[in-house]
Write a protein that binds this ligand. Structure first.
Ligand code: URA
Length: 216
């Protein structure tokens, strides 16, 4: 089955992993995308933000959260006082999945399949181990399921401080390896599509305040 594991380096830090991820062919998504969009931020980051997959602009830039959703997220982080230098940004799936619009050449985002999510999971596990953040923020359902399992629901689980499940406890936790925590919220691009954008944005900010408060 699809699996990124054979492409992971056996040793090394974030830079070695970023270089290896650039060559990942663990699932077919590498064929259509411009390149791998690995996580961005320092290994000393205290909080990790996990999205779904890079968007059109992230695919072109090779950096996560540089498009409209990323701008909205960064504005919200500013509001709750989370400094970007303490943050690491990444995605559950590291290649852009899209279809080309029938007319024209606009690339339209397609959600990753469960198989693609599972295949890509070793990269996220490596990032959790190498960054060992105190708090992980799951942005939307794909990230929530990747971190908390298939029963995750945004509506039910958002805004609460949850323990990172056992299998990730080895890999995350703060610098002193205290247990890792997860706070889930909506995906910022869902806010951009919402009919009630202000209320949706206020909900994101409220959840991010919970995440900021969970930092020791
Ligand atoms: N949406 C995501 O989930 N990730 C990005 O990097 C950008 C938009």
């Amino acid at each position: 089955d699809y699996d990124a594991a054979p492409f992971l380096p056996r040793r090394g830090g974030l830079p070695a992993h970023r270089r290896a991820a650039a060559r990942c062919q663990g699932c077919p998504l590498f064929e259509g995308a411009s390149g791998t969009v690995f996580g961005a931020g320092k290994s000393s980051a205290r909080i990790m933000f996990v999205g779904e997959q890079p968007g059109d602009q992230e695919d072109r830039a090779g950096e996560p959260f540089v498009g409209p959703a990323g701008r909205l997220l960064r504005t919200a982080l500013g509001e709750v006082g989370i400094a970007e230098e303490h943050a690491y940004f990444t995605n559950a799936v590291k290649h852009f999945k899209f279809e080309v619009a029938a007319r024209g050449k606009r690339r339209i985002h397609k959600p990753p399949s469960l198989r693609e999510m599972r295949a890509c999971r070793p990269w996220l596990s490596a990032e959790l181990r190498l960054v060992h953040p105190e708090v992980v923020v799951a942005l939307g359902a794909t990230a929530g399921k990747a971190l908390l399992g298939p029963s995750f629901r945004v509506t039910k689980d958002r805004g609460a401080v949850l323990p990172l499940p056992q299998e990730e406890q080895r890999t995350a936790g703060g610098a002193g390896h205290e247990p890792g925590l997860v706070v889930a919220t909506v995906h910022p691009s869902a806010i951009l599509r919402s009919d009630e954008r202000e209320a949706a944005y206020a909900g994101l900010v409220a959840d991010l305040r919970v995440a900021a408060g969970a930092l020791g």
